[in-house]
Design a protein around this ligand. Structure first.
Ligand SMILES: *[C@@H]1O[C@H](CO)[C@@H](O)[C@H](O)[C@H]1NC(C)=O
Ligand SMILES: *[C@@H]1O[C@H](CO)[C@@H](O)[C@H](O)[C@H]1NC(C)=O
Ligand SMILES: *[C@@H]1O[C@H](CO)[C@@H](O)[C@H](O)[C@H]1NC(C)=O
Length: 362
């Protein structure tokens, strides 16, 4: 158990969605009226090198520092901090052992700490500051906060020492805009090899009124792109970008919303529903890889598969031919995934539709 204790870490990430001002140049770009922020990780990164991801990162103990109480006072405080979210994963399977990343006996709930983490990491990686000035009125669709030029060096300070984020908020008289983030999903890193780093990552959605300026850090992220969901999928299939399965699944899920206003309303309507937490199980077939998601009839709620792949002496196509309860991502190759879903979503959520490639639709 000791090895795995050091293995699991909590993390948070944000799908930042903003309205697109002008129709895009290609049909793929025009499929949705909004774009999401994607960052390309450096090739030297220890986790997902070169992949396009949403901004985010791992929880720091400072994200649950009791000093945050001062920042939120007198507007919000424990227990709920003005949030109407569910705040914890819906399912009990699987339980994963964490290394300590939160301050013990902190009055900052885990959900709030995750949101602070997501906002801090978004600032570090993209320069976008999701802050709410204390006392300002709450906007239906929030704006990002513009950091005064003379405070630009704070980003480096925060990156070098996450505790500085609290100082920055105090100095600006702002609170992290934890209310602008809506719970969307929760993914556990699937098993790859014994001892490999694994994350329990909360995915939030944040719909913004206007596109904020981004500033790359060139340390964790080397490229920053605003893409419509359909455009991101097309770039992946055209081998221009690399997406890992959870990001691919989430972007496909977003293609169900053509309009930012619908996406925003959907998030608000299910604000207190919470999310399922998913551990994909890798099923190795004779000729390929399938990631099984909870609800799939081949999925096993069995601790053995926390640290093992599943394998079967059949070809992918043989398995796909039959089955009623299906919830899986098929990895055909590095830039060719398909999604198969026949089960009904839970907690007022939506799942992606079946999808087997952009080109196959032409
Ligand atoms: C488990 O499956 C992954 C494919 O997702 C593969 O890269 C890895 O090597 C497999 N691990 C073992 C121990 O078989
Ligand atoms: C993706 O893989 C499937 C299954 O092998 C294949 O039928 C399909 O043509 C591939 N798509 C592309 C764009 O290569
Ligand atoms: C989705 O794909 C699965 C498996 O390939 C299939 O059984 C199901 O009928 C498909 N659903 C729709 C709506 O096409």
């Amino acid at each position: 158990m000791h090895g795995s204790l050091r293995q699991w870490r909590r993390a948070a990430t944000v799908l930042l969605a903003v309205g697109r001002a002008h129709p895009g140049p290609s049909p793929a770009a025009a499929a949705e009226d909004y774009e999401i922020l994607m960052l390309q990780r450096t090739q030297s990164s220890g986790f997902l090198p070169g992949a396009h991801v949403f901004p985010g990162g791992v929880l720091d103990t400072s994200d649950s520092s009791t000093d945050w109480l001062q920042v939120f006072k007198p507007y919000h405080g424990p227990p709920g901090f003005g949030l109407t979210s569910f705040g914890r994963p819906r399912e009990s399977y699987p339980e994963v052992p964490f290394e300590s990343q939160t301050q013990s006996h902190s009055l900052i709930p885990e959900d709030v700490a995750h949101r602070i983490c997501a906002i801090r990491e978004t600032f570090e990686e993209s320069g976008v500051l999701l802050l709410h000035p204390a006392g300002a009125e709450t906007l239906h669709l929030p704006r990002a906060f513009v950091l005064p030029d003379d405070l630009a060096s704070w980003r480096t300070r925060v990156r070098e020492d996450p505790r500085q984020f609290l100082q920055l908020c105090q100095r600006l008289g702002c609170m992290p805009n934890i209310w602008a983030l809506q719970e969307w999903s929760n993914w556990l890193t699937p098993f790859v090899k014994k001892g490999g780093r694994r994350y329990d990552t909360k995915f939030y959605i944040c719909c913004l009124q206007e596109k904020p300026q981004t500033f790359l850090d060139m340390i964790e992220a080397i490229k920053c792109e605003w893409l419509t969901p359909t455009e991101a999928i097309k770039k992946f299939e055209d081998e221009e970008i690399l997406l890992v399965p959870p990001q691919f699944y989430e972007i496909r899920r977003l293609t169900q919303f053509a309009f930012l206003s619908d996406l925003h309303k959907f998030c608000l309507d299910r604000i207190s529903e919470g999310c399922e937490r998913w551990l994909p199980i890798t099923l190795l077939t004779l000729d390929g890889i399938i990631q099984l998601l909870p609800g799939d009839e081949l999925y096993r709620e069995d601790k053995d598969f926390l640290e093992n792949n599943l394998s079967i002496h059949k070809k992918t196509e043989e398995i796909m031919g039959k089955g009623k309860k299906i919830h899986r991502i098929v990895l055909h190759s590095r830039n060719n995934y398909s999604i198969h879903v026949t089960i009904q979503p839970k907690y007022k959520h939506i799942y992606p539709e079946n999808y087997s490639g952009f080109k196959s639709h032409l």
